[in-house]
Design a protein around this ligand. Structure first.
Ligand SMILES: [Zn+2]
Length: 352
């Protein structure tokens, strides 16, 4: 080969490389509202764990959820837990279920109905002692709270917000103004997570009963249809607990959840997982430069909440993405969209 030919061959090779990389150019990046590009998010919560009336959580709910790969949130009444309950909680934590603080004795701060102060309520004892007891017994640190009866004064809510371990709270107030129930949008307050409580006849639920599982399913569907997060509060299942969910209703609900998860429409997760995701999206924005995606991790709330998020990339062909020298999985989402999961604190994403 002459020098000229070698030069031409090299140029041709370079040209091919250039064309290849130009095809894979990423035009845009964004963090999807919910993990996996799901349309909505949902939390399954059972209150009053460890109290004697909720045997159906262990007997029915958890086996039904586990058979479908779903995780639950469990509101624990810490003083009611026996040694066997603590051992069981350790197992459930290891499986990815999330216990949350439902106070020490569940005496409550205000009487349900009358809203009169409950004699002897001590916020530090009920909340902080319960927190310490969970830590001592299982090694687990609570990051979420659901107040008994979802009633709490502004002072108590302030106390929770001041605790460095707490990343969020279920909406509680000292009045009934309807603002505690509903759906949660991507920019809503982590310390005021709205909910719907299961009520057999639908009396205080946002929804009315119909076909099996109807109240539960409607609340989930609402999240999918509006791009929000719905938090389902229940007590036991087919047991003697307050407004226990009948077994057929619960099974229909769990089947529906699995169906929606499998279809990629719904992300079912525990409150802390969802809060971390939502705050990461808000406080660790991702920006695209020529060959890189960078997260801005300068905000203190970015470091506090940071978790793995799903990035949606727009490109005509599948981009190659790596972080810290590790190739990341890229999933086709159709319409020139590509999904990549990454953690902001793991550094810059390289594109080629
Ligand atoms: Zn309760």
């Amino acid at each position: 080969m002459t020098h000229k030919r070698i030069l031409l061959a090299m140029l041709a090779a370079l040209g091919a490389l250039w064309a290849g990389s130009a095809c894979a150019a990423v035009d845009a990046v964004s963090i999807t509202p919910w993990r996996g590009d799901a349309r909505g998010a949902h939390t399954i919560a059972h209150d009053d764990y460890c109290s004697p009336g909720v045997a159906g959580i262990e007997k029915y709910a958890l086996p039904i959820l586990e058979a479908r790969g779903l995780k639950a949130a469990l509101g624990v009444i810490a003083k009611e837990c026996k040694p066997a309950d603590w051992a069981r909680l350790k197992e459930l934590i290891a499986k990815g279920h999330e216990p949350f603080n439902h106070t020490l004795t569940h005496s409550g701060e205000l009487e349900a109905g009358t809203l009169k102060p409950v004699a002897g309520w001590d916020a530090r004892r009920e909340i902080l002692d319960a927190h310490a007891l969970m830590k001592t017994q299982t090694g687990y640190t609570y990051t979420f709270i659901g107040y008994p009866y979802d009633l709490a004064t502004p002072e108590t809510r302030k106390l929770v917000k001041e605790q460095p371990d707490y990343l969020g709270a279920r909406a509680g107030k000292h009045i009934y103004d309807g603002s505690m129930a509903g759906l949660n949008y991507p920019d809503d307050d982590a310390y005021f997570v709205k909910w719907d409580v299961y009520w057999t006849d639908g009396k205080w639920s946002l929804y009315k009963p119909g076909a099996a599982g109807s109240i539960l399913i409607q609340h989930t569907e609402a999240a999918i249809n509006s791009g929000s997060w719905s938090f389902r509060t229940m007590h036991g299942v087919a047991d003697g607990s307050w407004e226990a969910v009948p077994l057929a209703e619960y099974t229909a609900y769990a089947d529906y959840l699995k169906q929606q998860v499998d279809a990629g429409k719904l992300w079912v997760a525990t409150p802390t997982d969802i809060i971390r995701y939502r705050e990461t999206r808000r406080y660790c924005p991702a920006t695209l430069t020529d060959k890189e995606i960078r997260f801005d991790t300068s905000a203190p709330d970015c470091k506090r909440y940071a978790t793995r998020v799903t990035l949606a990339l727009t490109a005509s062909v599948a981009p190659k993405v790596s972080q810290n020298g590790k190739t990341l999985a890229v999933k086709a989402a159709g319409d020139k969209r590509w999904l990549v999961d990454a953690s902001p604190l793991d550094g810059v994403l390289k594109l080629d």
